[in-house]
Write a protein that binds this ligand. Structure first.
Ligand code: TXA
Ligand code: MG
Length: 335
């Protein structure tokens, strides 16, 4: 049952950002837009606020959170940046990139937010409302995606309300998020940077800046405890998903791309093209909204055509694979 009423604050209304910052400082939970997805923010230094955040999301507390700061200088005070991390921060912040580095931030990000790890995930978003909120608040703000754990990430304030209304203090509404998939996560702990999660910054751009390829985690099971966002069954809609289809089954909703018309399209319950012009950037921006609207329409199965894997196609393929993975509630899954 809802424990409180959640305020919807229009980001551009006078005083809205200051009010959101005040709620954070008081230990409250405030969802806010970033360029990737809406984040559910809490004061990174306040363990009670972070505990409430895990509870509101229904998120396991062994899954660490990303600390967001208003600028790179503030992020640099929270971690030890090797040459690769420094180069990536310089080149891509503010932007949709999270760097995992050794934690040096003292009281700045509490143990609970880091799930007890001696490393920290840091990000400087470029979304103007996020930057304004972070600047007004002053400290680091931890923010996972503002959805119930395991569900599709929110790209509009309304998605946040659908998942978390009654569980959080406020949502700062800054309209739809432009990138639409979560940040790319790069581990800069060891000698070679590792791509932990493909995301809104394309791997090709990162590798060009580094002058060498990113390493991949040795295996999914190696990566899973480090970056639980990589676990199977994440980012999942209610409807069943069928990926890389070459034909549509009767009654399925069809998600297509670049005007592709697979056989059986005429028996689809509905057809949604992620980008009629074939832009992977547009497809990423529309992906989660498409899954949520198809869920809301009540279809029980969604078929998705193959999409190209380059650029943001890598993040799209990663999220779709997780959305299609067996669910914890499925009978064949251990509970
Ligand atoms: O775009 C984004 O990154 C969004 C917006 C709100 O910034 N946030 C987001 O947070 O996607 P979340 O909590 O849904 O995903 C964060 C991922 C998790 O998979 C977590 O395991 C990983 O980052 N992570 C955080 N700290 C880590 C650490 N020290 N080592 C390895 N992985 C870490
Ligand atoms: Mg998430």
């Amino acid at each position: 049952a809802p424990e409180r009423s959640t305020r919807l604050l229009a980001a551009h209304a006078p005083g809205a950002v200051e009010e959101a910052a005040r709620l954070l400082a008081a230990g409250g939970l405030v969802a806010f837009p970033t360029e990737t997805v809406y984040g559910l923010g809490a004061d990174a230094a306040n363990p009670d606020a972070v505990a409430a955040l895990y509870a509101a999301k229904g998120r396991p507390a062994f899954n660490p959170l990303i600390a967001h700061t208003a600028d790179a200088a503030a992020a640099r005070r929270l971690g030890a940046f090797n040459a690769d991390a420094a180069r990536l921060a310089e080149r891509f912040w503010p932007g949709p990139l999270t760097l995992i580095v050794p934690f040096t931030g003292g009281e700045g990000v509490c143990d609970l937010a880091r799930a007890g790890l001696d490393t920290v995930g840091l990000r400087v978003p470029f979304h103007p409302d996020a930057r304004a909120l972070l600047a007004a608040f002053g400290g680091a703000v931890v923010a996972p995606s503002a959805n119930r754990s395991g569900h599709v990430s929110p790209t509009e304030a309304g998605h946040v309300m659908d998942d978390l209304s009654g569980r959080i203090h406020a949502v700062l509404d800054g309209g739809p998020t432009p990138v639409g998939v979560e940040s790319t996560i790069v581990d800069c702990i060891g000698a070679d940077p590792v791509l932990l999660r493909p995301g809104g910054l394309a791997r090709e751009d990162i590798e060009a800046a580094l002058g060498r390829p990113l390493r991949l985690p040795m295996s999914e099971s190696d990566a899973a405890p480090l970056s639980p966002g990589r676990l199977a069954s994440h980012y999942a809609p209610r409807a069943a998903l069928r990926l890389d289809v070459d034909a549509v089954e009767p009654g399925e909703a069809l998600v297509t791309f670049a005007g592709a018309r697979p056989p059986g399209i005429e028996v689809a319950a509905t057809v949604l093209d992620l980008s009629p012009t074939g832009s992977l950037t547009e497809a990423a921006a529309r992906l989660y909204g498409a899954l949520r609207s198809l869920d809301a329409s009540g279809v029980s199965a969604i078929a998705i055509v193959p999409l190209p894997r380059e650029g943001l196609g890598e993040a799209i393929a990663d999220r779709l694979a997780r959305a299609a993975a067996p669910r914890p509630s499925d009978p064949e899954m251990p509970q």
